[in-house]
Ligand binder design. Sequence first.
Ligand code: PMP
Ligand code: GLU
Length: 400
Amino acid sequence: MNVSHMLTNRVQSMAESATLKMSAKARELKSKYDDVISLSLGEPDFDTPDHIKAFASEALTNGYTKYTPVSGLLEYRKAIQTKFKRDNGLEYDMDEIIVSNGAKQSISNICQAIIQEGDEVIIFTPYWVSYSDIVGLAGGVVIPVKAGIEQDFKVSPAQLKKAITPRTKAILFSSPCNPTGSVFTKQELEDLAAVISEHQNILVISDEIYEYINFGDKHYSIGAIESLKGRVATVNGMAKGFAMTGWRLGYMGGPSWLVSACTKLQGQVTSGANAFGQKAAAEALLADIGPTLKMKEAFAIRRELVINLFNDIPGIKCNNPQGAFYVFPDVSSYFGKSDGHITIDNSEDFCEALLESTHVALVPGIAFGDDNCFRLSYAASEENLINAIGRIKEFLSKFK
Ligand code: PMP
Ligand code: GLU
């Protein structure tokens, strides 16, 4: 069979998820060597808190085992409504909330619902790895608007203004940001909103999945800005803040026309998310978030550790992230240098050579739209972080 004839162009032109690829590679190496340290996957290293597991067991016992409404269990959507109001000052009606199989699916559904072939989607860059392929798969044209380390990886209103054209359909970003950890302040979001509100037909897709892992000011949602009312899709989920990555539960609050379009899509493609997980998630959102705060504190301590260790490596510029659990250091001062065998010319060269010679797995910045950098997830033990960054330092010291 002629495989390239069988596979569609849209799938052939899609990249494999670099984060998942790198973590699979590290897993494979782990079966051969016992010193592999993978800092490639964005996944809390904590287990789901016990009380949430207990909610799920109870839900199973109580018969939460059937198909659910496509847009989500009523009690979970009510809990999400309460959470949006309590934490974000967002007032969504019930027909403005939809549950999904993860924030990734919410973003994909939104893109499938609104993007026509050739529509432009502005993506703040560095961006989370899947954004560009999700937009491409929907037929959209990615317009990356890039902010480097010198501006804390945060796009300015002037940059945004310049990128908007009559073909702009949406603006997509995460804050706290994966991969940089940068967090937009309330004022910065208001300044961006002032630019967006001049254009009536642009939807803002605000990915807030790292909301609870924020070390600075209180998290602020762009959807709470009055001038953008009805034009923001607020995406969130259980994966990061509650250490529930494998449960596959996300949600979105947004205009009812968008929620019904996503419901229609989901109804034909995946149906409603799993029943007992939603029941547990509903209770988790309303319960004490003490365990979440404890995880955040652990991440804050590791952040300090990682930044200090990187600041001790000559030629590495490390950002000071305010949220999430990533650093995105700039390694470009090593480009063009060689250890006598390999020359590092870009972020992929660096990550590949590092993995091969030290067994430390990171993700090349190019996957996030910035080839000068690499992403390290510090959702790992302090011992592994110290060990891994020690190996990175030694590795780089050989390049002249
Ligand atoms: N958005 C961002 C910024 C992410 O880092 C991730 C990774 N999990 C997702 C969305 C997807 O989340 P989920 O696991 O809920 O699909
Ligand atoms: N979002 C995480 C990451 O960036 C999980 C992997 C993925 O879904 O891409 O590593």
